[in-house]
Design a protein around this ligand. Structure first.
Ligand code: NDP
Ligand code: 2IT
Length: 443
């Protein structure tokens, strides 16, 4: 494989998709050896095929706001790869998204889903719609319009979307209601559904809990655990909140959390009930935290979460939020490991730096795979038309995260004993998908 030539060609063919190029570059760097050791990958043009989505669906989403004015947004669904199962992956509603964002997310999802050990292909989608500041009725009208086009492309055996940034239980409910109304079938077309109408226990908690389970495995490998550890978390959404919850259950202390406007630092340990009230119930801003917790501090610079002395760093907000300057501060403060709760939150330069420093670095496609894993378990429960108990789902999630951890170690262990989890995750995911593609012929 001539990596440089290939990447230059890709950049030429897909201009302005920097995040996608970043995700592809990381995978190519990791798999270069295995690729070159197995000529069948080159013969089957696996790299050329795996970086190109099966299809990209783009559509208009018109809706009416509360003042009676018509609004128009762009909708996307990228069905990336179905070699090991139906397309599966979240929907993101955020004003900054572009096709490059969804291509990077869809590409990552293909390998992540392979790592879960469950039969799911990869997809991603969403819209530049901004749910912030919108009324419930506006969000409902938007979701209904979005699904009025999307329904023809998805289905329980075809493509099963779920939540991501800006899409949680409320949005999944509105999307599901509209799908059911159009097709007149109650079926598992989405995951993250309500517990009383087809959802799985622990789905809401799964990404954060899974992130902490794999972190726990890493710490065990290094002769320690979470008890008394200081943990820095960015974000205060679904992933961040349930990562914080599990850290606290396991005896760790969460010192910081953030949103897109700023961060809070609470040396006494974050009051998670207060965060849930502000973010989940009132849909407010994180700076409101200090109105009740007088000893905590607020900073308008959300990068300050990485300036706090911590043992473990869990970036759980968005892509490229932890740069090399922040990584250097973390390392100089004695941080043992970074695990990505968000998708690609650590910049490429920062990943290289952390690996070079031999600090733990668990990439998102391994570390945050618990969310989609429990989505896979929700699909299983829907197929069987039954619901497992919270314990049954949590035990399965724990087991899946252990398997992912072991796969990273198997493929990422260097001769000196250091485990490169980035390489391990990419090689394990790649081998599964690439071999399935070869088995299924030239399609
Ligand atoms: P939420 O919408 O629940 O929360 C997102 C959080 O990140 C909020 O605190 C938000 O702040 C912050 N944020 C969003 N965009 C930006 C930005 N451009 N700059 C700074 N902060 C930002 O999303 P999730 O918690 O579900 O998702 C967080 C990350 O985890 C994403 O990378 C997502 O892809 C990934 N992920 C999610 C999974 C899931 O199951 N939900 C599964 C696996 C990965 P604010 O409120 O100010 O916007
Ligand atoms: O990035 C992700 O893995 C998700 N947003 C969850 C996808 C899913 O289908 O549950």
């Amino acid at each position: 494989m001539d990596k440089t030539k290939f990447l230059n060609q890709l950049k030429k063919q897909t201009p302005n998709e920097d995040e996608f190029h970043q995700a592809v570059t990381e995978v190519l760097e990791s798999i270069e050896d295995v690729y070159n050791d197995n000529p069948k990958f080159e013969t089957n043009k696996i790299i050329e095929r795996i970086v190109m989505p099966d299809r990209i669906i783009m559509f208009r989403v018109p809706w009416m706001d509360d003042t009676g004015e018509i609004q128009v947004n762009q909708g996307y669904r990228i069905e990336f790869n179905s070699a090991i199962g139906p397309y599966k992956g979240g929907l993101r509603f955020h004003p900054d998204v572009s096709i490059g964002t969804f291509k990077f997310l869809g590409f990552e999802q293909v390998f992540k889903n392979a790592l879960t050990t469950l039969p799911m292909g990869g997809g991603k989608g969403g819209s530049n719609f901004d749910p912030k500041g919108k009324s419930d009725n506006e969000v409902m009208r938007f979701c209904q319009s979005f699904m009025t086009e999307l329904y023809r492309h998805v289905g329980p055996e075809t493509d099963v979307p779920a939540g991501d940034i800006g899409v949680g239980g409320r949005e999944i409910g509105f999307l599901f209601g509209q799908y059911k109304r159009i097709v007149n079938r109650f079926e598992g077309v989405l995951t993250g559904k309500g517990i009383n109408w087809g959802g799985s226990w622990i789905r809401k908690e799964a990404t954060g809990y899974g992130l902490v389970y794999i972190t726990q495995h890493w710490l065990t490998e290094h002769g320690t655990d979470l008890k008394g550890k200081r943990v820095a978390i960015s974000g205060s959404g679904n992933v961040a909140i349930y990562a914080a919850e599990k850290v606290m259950q396991l005896g760790g202390k969460v010192i910081t959390m953030s949103d897109s406007n700023g961060c809070i630092i609470d040396e006494e340990g974050i009051d998670l009930n207060l965060i849930k009230l502000i973010k989940e119930i009132e849909r407010g801003r994180i700076r409101e935290y200090i109105e009740t917790r007088y000893n905590a501090q607020y900073s308008k610079d959300r990068n300050d979460v990485w300036k706090v002395k911590c043992d473990v760093a869990l970036p759980c907000a968005t892509q490229n939020e932890l740069d090399v300057e922040s990584a250097k501060i973390l390392v100089s403060n004695g941080c043992l490991m970074v695990a990505e709760g968000a998708n690609m939150p650590v910049t490429a330069e920062a990943v290289h730096y952390l690996l070079h420093q031999k600090v733990g670095m668990i990439p998102g496609k391994a570390a945050n795979a618990g969310g989609v894993a429990v989505s896979g378990l929700e699909m299983t429960q829907n197929s069987m038309k039954l619901q497992w108990t919270p314990k049954e789902v949590d035990d399965r999630l724990y087991h899946i995260m252990s398997e992912i951890h072991d796969a990273c170690v198997k493929y990422g262990k260097r001769e000196d004993g250091y485990v490169d989890y980035v390489k391990g995750a990419n090689v394990a995911g790649f081998l599964k998908v690439a071999n399935a593609m070869i088995d299924q012929g030239l399609i």
